[in-house]
Design a protein around this ligand. Structure first.
Ligand SMILES: Nc1nc2c(ncn2[C@@H]2O[C@H](COP(=O)(O)OP(=O)(O)OP(=O)(O)O)[C@@H](O)[C@H]2O)c(=O)[nH]1
Ligand SMILES: [Mg+2]
Length: 247
């Protein structure tokens, strides 16, 4: 049983976006409405999306000072999360970070439950599709399900993440102290392998990780950014973590 801790005073949402013009405004509307606290920041990390995502965020930020935009060249999902988390820790002074996708696969209404787990004493609360009570949209194509299940198995068996049922999802609340201890700003991954590399480092540095069941919806608007190179980097990362276990 984890001991209760104080609720994080300053929460920063870190949301990577790449061509999410159809999602980003409704997402910000929901999140800002659900989290009216003055100190909460909504940081969109956009990689110069050609569809104008950045411009929409700039317009939103002009109306709501809690919304921020961090822009840069497209280097991958992991690179964007790393940049966003470093900014949230160093420049915004966040006590807790919620990383989530922009496409409504992660329900904005679930973030409170993840943050509540931090208040109960966890360092990391994973929005888990594979914990009892969680689930995945039946509209998610079979090949994506297979990839997700296989990726999780590999990460659990080979990379030593066996204590966690959902290692590959990108919906997590994390205490700033745990991210600093894990040196999250220096993880050498660029793509979707970020999720397992960060989790591995957090576990290695003693973070108390819990899973909170969530339901993962198929995106309604926009397109996936998952690329073959992400799968290759993922396998490479699993291999590297496997070798590190033996050393
Ligand atoms: N900044 C940035 N964001 C990215 C990049 N790749 C993906 N994203 C964002 O990361 C989140 C997850 O990407 P998705 O394409 O939805 O990946 P997915 O959820 O595995 O795929 P779908 O099931 O098709 O939605 C979304 O908010 C994307 O816009 C990238 O290279 N840079
Ligand atoms: Mg998605």
């Amino acid at each position: 049983m984890l001991g209760a801790m104080s609720a994080p005073a300053r929460v920063c949402f870190v949301i990577p976006t790449c061509n999410e013009a159809s999602n980003v405004v409704p997402l910000l509307e929901q999140l800002t409405g659900l989290h009216p606290e003055e100190g909460t920041v909504f940081l969109i990390v956009d990689d110069e999306s050609p569809d104008g995502t950045g411009e929409l965020v700039r317009e939103f930020a002009a109306r709501d000072g809690r919304v921020r935009l961090l822009e840069g060249p497209r280097r991958g999902l992991g690179a964007a999360c790393r940049r966003g988390i470093a900014h949230a820790l160093d420049d915004i002074g966040a006590d807790a970070i919620v990383q989530m996708d922009a496409d409504f696969s992660h329900d904005p209404a679930d973030a409170r439950r993840l943050l509540a787990r931090l208040t109960e004493g966890a360092d990391v609360a994973i929005g888990s599709r594979y914990a009892a009570g969680g689930g995945v949209d039946e509209r998610w194509p079979a090949w994506r399900r297979l990839l997700s299940v296989a990726g999780n198995r590999l990460a659990q068996r080979l990379a030593g993440l066996g204590s966690v049922r959902d290692c590959t999802g990108g919906f997590r609340a994390m205490r700033a102290d745990a991210l600093r201890a894990a040196n999250a700003g220096r993880l050498p991954v660029r793509g979707y392998a970020w999720q397992i590399a960060l989790l591995h480092r957090l576990l290695r540095t003693g973070a108390r990780v819990v899973e909170e069941p969530v339901f993962f919806r198929e995106r309604e608007r926009g397109r996936t950014k998952l690329r073959a190179r992400d799968a290759i980097e993922f396998l490479y990362c699993v291999g590297r973590l496997r070798l590190a276990r033996r050393a």
